[in-house]
Design a protein around this ligand. Structure first.
Ligand code: DWN
Length: 419
């Protein structure tokens, strides 16, 4: 439980929304665990009036959250395409070759580093989930199974347990959907700086708090996500570790993210000029739209409660007409929405999800069985509540046969609609 801001340590933190006590978003259950007590933790979002960082109050141990992790990045074409795009651009922009070094923190199953390996560029992945690190190493993507820290960064750039013969630093450090997840915020940012060559670039992707608020993406709030970033909040955090924002761009992935580039303040800052227009524009817009003020965030609670009412009215109406409804996506987001809205087995028959490791399990808190998406055509439910709305194009395309046979998707976010 924090009493001060995770980034600037200010005491001036104000409440934004409380989502009650919820189970851990990815704590899927086996059949045997259904009758056992389930851990739940408070899920309360606050805003720091000083550095504008949005964050949750509770800190659940990373070991509990990430040591065994079901989320496999390579399962989504959208994620793979996003990774291919940025790595291709960086190889060109930085003239990366066999003498370069690229590090990824939270490298998952190697989905991003694979692109560098395909170009003969040396890589190092750092992944806390053993099951994912094993997948990456089996693919020949050098991955250390551990949490990233300042101490590990120090060991990597000199002696310690770094890959043999590596005493150079990184040209690029990637951290995609990592910075929201780390309790040791300052240790990780300091570690990124230690890893970087003097003219190296840190490329950070994280869900954008502006998309969360504007797009009513409240279901992205869960215990894995300790922080919810604006560019302004990132600038303050990184500057406190001698890293300067050199470029910033909004990208559509995960419901809307920001991709920000940092270089060492004490280095040549070779990309400062080229990124000036982008970073100025995005920060000016944040001021214009009020992201630096509490009032911008305070509207969220009321809008979430209206969505809850509208969705429940729709579901009650369909159940009254004896329609059957299932859920698509045993995602972390699904856990937040289903638990906060109280949508369980009384209304939903089952969940489908393409992740093999999730199938055969049950959803946290709501205990819905998870099957392969092929069940949709076998069973032809009347409605599918699409809770991985952030992949709606990809999934609607995949399930066009179900729709051709009359099946309907209910998509709740950013606005409730049936397609
Ligand atoms: O930050 C995080 C984001 C990036 O990903 C992590 N903390 C956890 C995770 O959050 P999530 O689980 O809400 O992410 P997704 O990407 O919305 O979840 C996708 C889920 O949908 C996965 O379980 C896989 C499933 N899926 C599917 O069944 N068929 C996904 C696609 C694209 C599909 O075609």
């Amino acid at each position: 439980m924090i009493l001060t801001c995770r980034s600037c340590r200010s005491h001036d933190i104000k409440p934004v929304i409380s989502l009650g006590f919820t189970p851990l978003a990815n704590a899927l259950l086996t059949k045997e665990q259904l009758d056992l007590p389930e851990e739940k933790f408070p899920l309360d979002l606050v805003f720091c009036q000083d550095c504008t960082l949005v964050q949750i109050v509770e800190t659940v141990s990373p070991e509990k959250l990430f040591s065994q992790y079901f989320y496999t990045s390579s399962l989504s074409k959208t994620t793979l395409d996003n990774a291919k795009d940025i790595t291709t651009r960086l190889i060109k922009r930085l003239n990366l070759d066999e003498k370069s070094v690229v590090v990824e923190i939270g490298s998952n199953d190697g989905y991003l580093l694979q692109n560098y390996v395909d170009h003969g560029i040396p890589v190092w992945g750092i992944e806390p989930a053993k099951n994912l690190a094993d997948i990456a190493n089996k693919k020949g993507i050098r991955t250390t199974n551990s949490f990233f820290s300042e101490a590990q960064a120090k060991s990597f750039v000199g002696n310690g347990d770094s890959p043999k013969g590596w005493d150079i630093k990184a040209d690029v450090v990637h951290a995609n959907n990592v910075l929201a997840h780390v309790a040791d915020l300052h240790g990780v940012v300091e570690g990124i700086k230690i890893l970087l060559k003097p003219d190296g670039v840190a490329v950070i992707e994280t869900h954008y708090v502006r998309d969360l608020i504007d797009g009513l993406e409240f279901d992205c709030i869960y215990h894995e996500h300790l922080c919810y970033y604006s560019v302004r909040a990132l600038v303050g955090l990184f500057l406190s570790h001698g890293l300067l924002l050199i470029d910033a761009e909004r990208i559509p992935i995960h419901g809307g993210s920001i991709r920000v580039y940092f270089q060492r303040l004490d280095g040549p800052k070779s990309f400062l000029k080229s990124g000036e227009k982008n970073r100025t524009e995005i920060i000016d817009q944040e001021h214009l739209f009020g992201l630096t003020w509490l009032t911008y965030y305070e509207s969220l609670a009321e809008r979430v409660l209206k969505l809850k009412k509208d969705l429940l009215v729709k579901i009650y109406d369909l159940k009254r007409k004896d329609k059957n409804i299932v859920v698509y996506g045993a995602s972390a987001k699904s856990t937040t929405l289903l638990n906060f809205f109280g949508i369980d087995g009384d209304y939903i028959d089952y969940v489908v999800d393409s992740t093999p490791g999730k199938q055969g399990h049950f959803t946290p808190g709501t205990h819905l069985p998870i099957y392969d998406p092929s069940k949709l055509l076998e069973n032809m439910p009347d409605y599918v509540l699409l809770l991985t709305w952030n992949f709606s194009d990809e999934i609607l395309e995949k399930e066009k046969e179900y729709r051709a046979r009359g099946g309907k998707f209910i998509i709740p976010i950013p606005e409730l609609r049936i397609v």
